[in-house]
Design a binder for this molecule. Structure first.
Ligand code: HEM
Length: 198
C-alpha cells in the first residue's frame, strides 16, 4: 500500500509552518497599510481569534484523516498545528489586553462581568496552555498514561471556544452555530472511537 514518505512529511511540515505564519505577516501588513477596517483593534482581535479556532479544528481533524487514509505518519502534524493554535490564541489574548484594555487591569473585572464569554475563552486558553506545556516528548514519557488523558482536554477546549465565539457575537449567529456543529461532529468521531474500545 502507498505510504507518505518521510521526505513528503518533512515538506508538509514546512508548508504548514509557512501557511500558519503567513496570515500573521499579512495582518501586520494590513495594519501597517491602514487596511484593517474602521476598527483595527477589533479587526486584529477577531482575526487572531478566528485563526486560533480554525487551527484548533484542523488539529482535531488530523487523527480522523490519518485513520481514514491509513496514513499513520500524518499524526505527526498534530503537534505543530496544536502549537500554532496556542500561538494564535496567545496573540489574540495579548491583542485584547494590550490594544483593547490598554493594560488597565482594573478594567478586567468589569469586562468579565459585562462579557462573561471572556471567562469561557479563558478556560479554553488554560486548557491549551496545559497541552502546549506538555507537548514535548520528555513530558509525554514522564507522564505516561496521564499524558493521553490530559490531551483529551482538546475536546472540551474546542467546545468552550465555539461557545465563546457564539456568545461573543451580537447578531450574526449562523457562522458560530456552524462552528459549534463542526466541533460536535469532531467530538462524535472521538466518542465513537471510545465506545469501540470499551
Ligand atoms: C483569556 C482568554 C480570552 C480572552 C480574554 C478573549 C477575548 C475575546 C474578545 C474580547 C473577543 C471579541 C468579542 C467582540 O466581538 O467584542 C473574542 C472573540 C473571539 N475569540 Fe476570544 N478570548 C480568549 C480566548 C480565546 C481562545 C483560546 C480562542 C480560540 C482558541 C478564542 C477565539 C475567539 C473567536 C473565534 C472569537 C470571535 C471572532 C469573530 O467574531 O470573528 N478566544 N475573544
Amino acid at each position: 500500500m502507498w505510504r507518505i514518505s518521510r521526505r513528503a512529511l518533512f515538506w508538509g511540515k514546512v508548508l504548514l509552518h509557512v501557511a500558519a505564519a503567513l496570515p500573521i505577516a499579512l495582518l501586520v501588513l494590513a495594519v501597517y497599510r491602514d487596511d484593517a477596517g474602521g476598527d483595527p483593534v477589533q479587526y486584529i482581535i477577531h482575526f487572531l481569534g478566528k485563526g486560533a479556532l480554525n487551527l484548533l479544528l484542523l488539529t482535531l481533524l488530523v487523527s480522523p484523516v490519518a485513520a481514514w487514509t491509513k496514513q499513520g505518519m500524518l499524526v505527526q502534524l498534530r503537534r505543530p498545528l496544536g502549537l500554532w493554535t496556542f500561538c494564535y490564541a496567545c496573540l489574540h489574548l495579548l491583542a485584547y489586553i494590550s490594544l483593547d484594555l490598554l493594560f488597565a487591569w482594573q478594567l478586567l473585572l468589569q469586562e468579565v462581568i459585562k462579557r462573561p464569554y471572556i471567562v469561557v475563552g479563558a478556560c479554553a486558553w488554560l486548557i491549551l496552555l496545559s497541552l502546549a506545556l506538555t507537548s514535548f516528548k520528555a513530558a509525554q514519557r514522564r507522564m505516561g498514561k496521564r499524558w493521553q488523558q490530559l490531551h483529551y482536554g482538546i475536546y472540551p477546549a474546542v467546545l468552550l471556544v465555539t461557545i465563546h465565539y457564539y456568545w461573543s457575537v451580537k447578531s450574526e449567529i449562523i457562522e458560530p452555530s456552524l462552528y459549534i456543529l463542526l466541533a460536535l461532529l469532531l467530538l462524535s468521531f472521538r466518542l465513537r472511537k471510545f465506545s469501540r474500545k470499551v
